[in-house]
Write a protein of this length. Structure first.
Length: 287
């Protein structure tokens, strides 16, 4: 590969890595991940890491980008409910990375500039139920326009979302022992968290994985960092779920108040809003 066409980034210690980025952000693991996803046979020498150190998600680096075989692969780990707006975020990421890849090329010349074909991948390991594979498209977010319906969009983009929780897409874990180990670690933490605090669950899961030889070298090397890396990430997911639940409840209460003002029957309000009977009666008494 021509070094002049590759974005090379250096670590910025102001940013916090996620376990995902730390584990898979090397040429060896990026090549292995690519082979896992696409059925290819690349080695570490075929890969150039192109992750942007200034593009963060919830204050952490959990994005990876690498160029291999003429492809620019943008890879994201996602632990929350899948957000359809993620397509826009990945588009921005691709534009930024690609802009750096061709920054020294003559974009105004007569010779076509060669750019890497994008592959957008999300690895989902959240707790919400999701199918093994989901596709997100940019066109799903376009405003509806009767003059354009049925016509292909001038700009389209496909994001492939794979569920990597245990029991989903088992072929990936079979091909990739590092990914298999990561899935096992996450599953252990979630199971242990049922009977202990998150911090205790992380420590116990890491120790158990080391004893069982799962990601042993990586976990021994980064053992002291892992709690501080995982805690903020999982705490954010909890906060996000609570915020979403509160937003839904606020919407339901607002709807109930409008229905009460219109003298709708209580049972209808309960059915339409999903609020319990006591809450609706309490709102009714406020008037």
């Amino acid at each position: 590969m021509n070094e002049n066409t590759i974005v090379s980034t250096t670590p910025n210690r102001e940013y916090k890595n996620s376990v995902f980025a730390l584990l898979f952000g090397t040429p060896t693991e990026a090549a292995r991940m690519c082979n896992t996803l696409f059925g290819t046979n690349y080695g570490p020498d075929d890969v150039e890491i192109a992750t942007l150190v200034n593009v963060l998600f919830r204050g952490r680096i959990n994005d990876l980008a690498f160029v291999v075989g003429g492809k620019l692969v943008v890879l994201i780990e996602h632990q929350s409910t899948i957000n359809p707006n993620m397509v826009i975020r990945m588009l921005e990421y691709y534009v930024d990375v690609n802009g750096r890849l061709v920054k020294e090329e003559n974009l105004y010349g007569s010779k076509p500039v060669q750019i890497a074909r994008p592959e957008f991948i999300v690895l989902y390991n959240g707790v919400d139920e999701m199918r093994d594979y989901v596709e997100l498209r940019l066109s799903d977010l376009y405003m509806k326009n009767e003059h354009l319906d049925g016509k292909p969009p001038a700009l389209e983009m496909l994001v492939k979302v794979y569920n990597i929780n245990k029991g989903h897409n088992p072929q990936f874990a079979e091909r990739n022992p590092t990914l298999d180990g990561y899935e096992t670690l996450i599953a252990m933490i979630r199971e242990n968290q049922k009977t202990m605090s998150l911090e205790e669950a992380i420590k116990k899961s890491v120790n158990d994985c080391i004893k069982q030889g799962i990601l042993k070298e990586f976990l021994v090397k980064h053992k002291q960092e892992l709690v501080n890396m995982i805690l903020p990430e999982w705490d954010f997911d909890v906060e996000l779920k609570v915020a979403r639940k509160e937003a839904r409840e606020e919407h339901a209460i607002s709807m109930a108040r409008k229905m009460i003002a219109q003298n709708e029957p209580v049972d209808k309000i309960v059915a339409y809003t999903g609020l319990d009977l006591n809450t609706v009666l309490h709102l009714q008494g406020e008037g």
